[in-house]
Design a protein. Structure first.
Lengths: 551, 107
């Protein structure tokens, strides 16, 4: 797929706008009221066995005779017990209903992470720029959401039903067309523009609520690296770019049933590229996008002395930093366990524990490393370490044991410390909040961890691979290097690296060009005095004594 | 008339205000940061080391010349702990002073 063809498709998409959706509307009609989403077909037991036995179609299959008998037995039984069939419809509807409430509820938790990010990043910067930073966090949510509404969701999930139907939410059968690519080589989704047409469906809407807050996470990760010097208009462009293109395109490749997710069935690479909740899809994309922007922007004035040594710009409010971090940890309890898209998947309990374990392990290792290196434990690095553990466990959280979660978190805590020092002292990319290290480096590491630590206890049939047997064992799921699947490691390493390169290069190219046309950085005198008043006309912390006269 | 500027430790402010009440008619306190020889904090933020000033209180007292010796004595006695960095006192002449409300100052 050439770049020019993709570009041509994008332009065509914009011109056609909302017209595209109805054109591709497929036979199953959308269900906006949610009346038919979840019937007896959704009545499935814990092992994934459907209540309704479907008719076998492949006559050459070795177990065809057994399957046919099973089907005929079911038909005979169903004929005798019509009430049971009716009850199965209710059971299926209730199951989908419980999955809806889980997915929406965890989506709300992820939404709350916005507050955590705002507090964390605000606390970490100097108070002269605090108002500007809060506006960035706020505007990120608003504008990236609108970009995702217009085209982002369609690009990411417009063809999800083709290869990756979210069965826990009723399968969203109407989202079934690729704009670019087809079958196992999908590159860009093509239905659900403006969240209407095929997407105006209860199941799709549930998916949208959950996925839009994930996109927002990538959207506000970048704030941490570009704050204290970016102009507001350039920041809005960044958010539109992330919400409409950067995030949805890669997200579609991995979560929308796109080509990366299908590498298992198409090229025999394990279960295809697996990223459970977004170490790479969300965090590495955000982190490396942030890195490219930080490179284009350059370091803050005075960050490096005449001798080239970095100077300290101390955090202005540690209370914000710590409370923000704990809000993020709390929100992550939606981010990871919610990514099952359903409470009927009981693995959520393992996911929740793994997530917490990696968080505390990451925090402990970052804190202890700093204690040993600088003789003083740094609270801001302990917080970064907690987030590093969370970011790294996000991809493997469902596939690994609690012991592995602790190992992953501990290593992530090391990576974040080394990454912060490396960025600041070696490559001299100024990252006020450590976003590049936390989200970029640890995101890449987390995605690779799936290929190392996945123990095969979960994910049988993931991405359409190994539904009956995998590596010679029935019910074996996603398996990493340590448990005997080298192919999975290969695809994880390649996929995570591709993610980093994709996010960095595309952002760097786009915003280098923008920067050539008009500088995306504020004037030096604005930066020296603080961005609050020059950019927005108001201070975050106005002087108590400066009030308007009463008489 | 004299302006007496005392730089003292914030922990002593409470006692000073009480002790000075009998010899002054009022004072102004400023939160300041100061340093002196060997007196500053060696701070480290995310691995970068830097020096930071210590929080102190600057007291401005305007007083009749007759009270100056008493004020100095009280400040020294109250704010002293015996360690280094207990603070400093500076005395300056005041040319004129007025109350904003009345436009003149009673002697």
């Amino acid at each position: 797929m050439t770049r020019s063809r993709i570009a041509a498709s994008l332009i065509a998409t914009f011109m056609l706008g909302a017209l595209v959706a109805p054109v591709f509307a497929q036979t199953p009609a959308p269900d906006p009221a949610g009346l038919t989403t979840g019937d007896k077909g959704a009545a499935i037991d814990g092992g994934g066995n459907a209540f309704v036995v479907s008719e076998p179609t492949d006559k050459s299959a070795p177990d065809y005779a057994a399957k046919l008998k099973e089907y005929e037995d079911f038909k005979a039984q169903a004929g005798k017990e019509p009430l049971a069939m009716k009850l199965a419809d209710t059971v299926g509807h209730v199951r989908i209903g419980s999955n809806f409430s889980w997915t929406l509820m965890t989506g709300y938790l992820v939404l709350f992470m916005q507050a955590g990010f705002a507090l964390l990043t605000c606390g970490l910067i100097r108070k002269k720029n605090a108002g500007h930073l809060m506006m960035l966090n706020f505007a990120a949510y608003v504008f990236a959401f609108l970009a995702y509404w217009a085209v982002g969701f369609a690009f990411q999930f417009g063809a999800v039903a083709v290869n990756a139907a979210p069965v826990n939410l009723g399968g969203t059968p109407t989202l079934s067309h690729f704009l670019v690519g087809s079958g196992q080589w999908g590159f860009l989704g093509g239905t659900g523009f403006f969240m209407s047409g095929a997407a105006y469906d209860a199941g799709s809407m549930c998916l949208i609520l959950f996925e839009v807050v994930f996109m927002e996470t990538a959207g506000y990760i970048i704030v941490g690296a570009i704050c204290e010097r970016i102009t507001f208009w350039a920041f809005l462009l960044c958010e539109l770019f992330v919400g409409a293109f950067l995030y949805p395109i890669f997200g579609g490749w991995v979560w929308g049933g796109g080509w990366m997710s299908q590498l298992g069935s198409s090229m025999g690479l394990g279960h295809g590229y697996v990223d459970f909740a977004g170490s790479s899809v969300v965090h590495a994309v955000g982190g490396f996008c942030a890195m490219a922007l930080a490179v284009v922007l350059g370091a803050r004035l005075g960050k490096y002395g005449p001798d080239g040594k970095p100077r300290a710009f101390p955090a202005h409010n540690l209370v914000f930093v710590v409370s923000g971090t704990f809000i993020l940890l709390f929100g992550w309890m939606g981010f990871n366990p919610g990514s099952t898209l359903g409470a009927s998947d009981l693995r959520i309990a393992v996911v929740a524990v793994n997530t917490n374990l990696a968080a505390v392990a990451g925090s402990a290792s970052a804190l202890m490393i700093w204690y040993l290196m600088f003789k003083k434990p740094d609270i801001t690095m302990a917080c970064n370490g907690m987030l590093a553990g969370l970011v790294a466990i996000t991809a493997p959280c469902a596939f690994v044991s609690p012991t592995s979660a602790v190992v992953i978190g501990t290593i992530a805590g090391v990576i974040v410390c080394v990454g912060v020092l490396f960025n600041e002292r070696v490559i001299k990319v100024d990252d006020p909040c450590g976003a590049i290290s936390v989200h970029g480096y640890c995101g890449w590491f987390g995605a690779v961890c799936v290929g190392i630590f996945a123990d095969g206890t979960y994910g049988a049939g993931w991405n359409g691979v190994g539904a009956s047997t995998y590596l010679g064992a029935a019910g074996r799921g996603v398996t990493g290097l340590l448990y005997g699947d080298f192919q999975q490691f290969k695809v994880q390493l390649g996929g995570a690296t591709l993610c980093a390169v994709y996010a960095f290069v595309s952002t760097f190219v786009v915003f280098s060009l923008v920067n050539k046309v008009k500088s995306i950085r504020v004037a030096p005198e604005v930066e020296r005095e603080g961005l609050d008043v020059p950019e927005f006309g108001q201070l975050c912390y106005p002087e108590d004594a400066y009030e308007t006269a009463e008489g | 008339m004299k302006l007496i500027q005392c730089i003292v430790h914030p922990a002593k402010l409470d006692q000073l205000v009480t002790a000075l009440q009998s010899v002054t008619s009022g004072m102004t306190a400023h939160e300041i940061r100061s340093c002196g020889p060997g007196i500053s904090w060696h701070a480290v933020y995310r691995g970068v080391e830097y020096e930071t000033l210590l929080p102190r209180v600057l007291l401005d007292i305007v007083s009749d010349d007759t009270w100056v010796d008493d004020i100095i004595r009280i400040v020294v006695e109250t704010a002293r702990t015996g360690e280094a960095n207990n603070g400093t006192i500076h005395i300056m002449p005041v040319e004129e002073s007025y109350h904003v409300r009345t436009g003149f100052m009673d002697q």
